[in-house]
Design a protein around this ligand. Structure first.
Ligand code: NCD
Length: 312
């Protein structure tokens, strides 16, 4: 096996990982997904994952917990700040320091940009950023890239539409940074007020082929290989009236599928509100539940690589 560059490493930004490193993770994910249960559970034996969630989470938290337990480890954590000393006024740094004492790997989700980097500088043990404000969500992008690769057999050469809240959606920033490692054609679709933050594309803009739209033109829709849909991030709007103006702008439904490639993959980091109609859930195009399932496997592989210098 080639050198494991994940060992004892923080996962704060997907920008910190090369294409080779990402593909190493995807291959390792395939490998441990096929390991017998007894062998797989050796990878995290006796290790503890400590998580701190300052914002709600369903998939990220549960998939990390399922992931560590599937490799034989255990998890502790704060799922709701109201039930911990954070409610008494304990600082973020003290909370991180204490969790660092009780666990081998830390996972943090926090509403502020920069919180992941801050935690990684404080903690002795590796820190995984599970969402920092509207900045990044690197493990979501890892599972998204893995899903695209698994569904399509490749990433290079694809045309990918990304639709919804491109201003505040942290998952799309990590996804776009990750896609910058590949030769892809990206079409961004958002209301004018929710366009991608150009300043956040520093360093990758020259590697990306991007075009922006406020609606999906039919001649473009019919050429997309992947449509990545996102939720309008209500909680990040400084003015709720601005949210009211844009909510429900786009809905992916059977009419959309009828105008798309027959094998288009519809992806979403979830949770969805009304941006994807439930009526298409049973189509083969609906990739979002398979994508969520991949989240557990990618995170199990990532944890195994962070914990073990030389796993299987
Ligand atoms: C996303 C998040 O928290 O950024 N959720 C997730 O982790 N799958 C997307 C969202 O909340 O819309």
């Amino acid at each position: 096996m080639t050198a494991n560059h994940y060992y004892d490493r923080d996962v704060v930004s997907i920008r910190d990982f090369t294409r080779n490193e990402l593909e190493f993770l995807f291959n390792f994910t395939d490998k441990i997904s096929n390991l017998p249960r007894t062998e797989r559970s050796e990878l995290g034996k006796g290790r503890t994952l400590g998580s701190i969630y300052y914002e709600p989470s369903t998939r990220t938290r549960m998939s990390f917990e399922a992931a560590i337990s599937s490799i034989g480890g255990s998890s502790i954590g704060i799922a709701d700040p109201k039930s911990s000393s954070i409610e008494k006024g304990e600082s973020l740094s003290d909370t991180i320091r204490i969790m660092d004492l009780y666990s081998d790997v830390l996972v943090l989700r926090h509403p502020l940009d920069g919180s992941g980097r801050f935690a990684s500088e404080l903690s002795r043990n590796p820190v995984i950023n599970a969402g920092s404000g509207s900045e990044e969500h690197p493990t979501q992008a890892m599972l998204d890239l893995y899903t695209i690769h698994k569904e399509k057999g490749r990433i290079d050469g694809l045309r990918i539409g990304i639709i919804g809240d491109l201003k505040y959606g942290r998952t799309i920033y990590s996804l776009v940074y990750g896609l910058a490692n590949y030769d892809v054609d990206i079409r961004l679709i958002s209301p004018p007020t929710l366009r991608i933050r150009k300043e956040s594309l520093y360093g990758v803009e020259n590697k990306l082929k991007i075009q922006e739209y406020t609606d999906i033109p039919e001649e473009i829709l019919s050429t997309l290989d992947v449509i990545y849909v996102t939720r309008i991030q209500k909680e990040r709007f400084p003015d709720i009236q601005e949210y009211e103006k844009v909510k429900g702008t786009y809905t992916i439904d059977q009419t959309t599928l009828d105008k798309s490639k027959t094998d288009v993959s519809i992806m979403h980091p979830l949770p969805r509100l009304d941006e994807i109609s439930h009526s298409i859930d049973n189509t083969s195009n609906a990739t979002y539940f398979r994508q969520a399932a991949n989240g557990k496997e990618i995170r199990a592989a990532l944890l195994a690589l962070i914990i073990n210098e030389d796993p299987v």
